[in-house]
Design a protein around this ligand. Structure first.
Ligand code: AHM
Ligand code: MG
Length: 335
């Protein structure tokens, strides 16, 4: 029987063989994985655990928070604040940064997360997840500040997500490809189930919220319109469509079998570049997709090259199979 490789062993080997993971980063990733296990438990209990429904509060972006948004946020903070590996954390659900309290040692890493992505799916038992991104605190300066987080996605040293679906699955990159781990509930550990995930360059599947079609910009309308024309149109092939409304689940499908995901700018709120957040969603997912051979852009430039000007910055997102993303980028250039 082939031996199972736990997340711990995988990380130790990456540290040993490739020197990609300093010990503090390994500790950080293990702690994040442990927090995800605990969030997975809460998600699994659902109504029995009293975790469904609204918390009747709003986050900094004016969105109504669900109980699980708040629970997941607290789990991640409590798990990570005392280990000595972090300087500070930032979350989609918190107004400002959370500096590690001075009763604990401070490390050099910055952790960013969307604690519970796909909030609208919590109460309807559809896959949701946690997305995370790790940066290094810039050298020099005194205490950690919000501006220390304003780095391009290309500076990430680790990124991943945990999807709470029919299986709980952790997907991770430290810059050497993408690995997938499945939670073995009997053992209580994440086990490596796929290494070197690859996104095929071509696809016949797209993901976008079609109800916003009338608000899209011309290049996005053109792309989707051509997909819808199928065999009879300029693409000469039929396309399938999926929209789960949990970015983690849509990205997980794309990492598994290809496809293109779009949450583009639209005219409903023209002053906002998009709905999704650069630091908590687009950067970690963009890096994972690139590490698997795909591409991620906002139509104009690579997501990972965008210089953030604020923590909760939003961005237009187009990611997935490389040739499709390039096609959509070209349509943007032709306008
Ligand atoms: P959330 O982080 O508040 O859950 O919002 C992000 C989610 C994404 O997971 C998903 O792709 C998108 O919002 C769905 O939006 P919509 O309901 O407009 O289709
Ligand atoms: Mg989200």
């Amino acid at each position: 029987m082939t031996q199972k490789i736990s997340l711990t062993r995988y990380l130790v080997e990456q540290q040993r063989i490739d020197g990609l993971i300093p010990s503090q980063l390994r500790l950080l990733l293990e702690v994040v994985a442990r927090a995800c296990k605990s969030i997975s438990q809460a998600v699994n209990k659902g109504a029995l655990g009293g975790v469904l429904g609204s918390a009747e509060s709003e986050n900094v972006q004016g969105e109504i928070q669900k109980k699980l948004d708040i629970i997941a946020n607290e789990v991640l903070i409590e798990a990570n604040e005392w280990g000595g590996h972090l300087a500070a954390m930032a979350s989609e659900e918190m107004d400002g940064i959370y500096v590690v309290p001075n009763r604990y040692p401070q490390g050099e890493y910055l952790l960013l997360f969307d604690p519970l992505d796909g909030s609208s799916n919590i109460d309807v038992n559809v896959s949701i997840g946690t997305i995370f991104s790790v940066l290094t605190k810039p050298e020099g300066g005194g205490g950690v500040e919000a501006k220390d987080f304003l780095q391009t996605g290309s500076k990430q040293v680790a990124a991943g997500y945990c999807i709470y679906g029919p299986q709980t699955t952790l997907v991770l990159t430290v810059g050497d490809g993408v690995a997938m781990f499945t939670l073995d509930r009997e053992q209580g550990s994440f086990v490596l189930t796929q290494e070197k995930m690859r996104v095929p360059a071509d696809t016949q599947e797209f993901a976008i919220n079609m109800s916003n079609m009338r608000h899209w910009a011309a290049p996005v309308k053109r792309y989707v319109d051509e997909c819808l024309q199928g065999k009879d149109g300029p693409r000469g092939k039929d396309f399938n469509m999926r929209w789960i409304a949990s970015m983690v689940a849509d990205v997980h499908r794309i990492l598994t079998r290809g496809g293109v995901f779009m949450y583009p700018w639209d005219a409903r709120e023209p002053h906002k570049p998009g709905k999704l957040r650069l630091m908590y969603e687009a950067n970690p997912m963009g890096w994972l997709i690139e590490q698997a051979g795909g591409a991620a852009s906002n139509g104009q430039q690579r997501i990972l090259d965008i210089v953030p000007s604020q923590l909760h910055e939003r961005v237009s997102v187009i990611l997935g199979s490389k040739n499709e993303v390039e096609r959509i980028n070209n349509y943007h250039r032709q306008i």
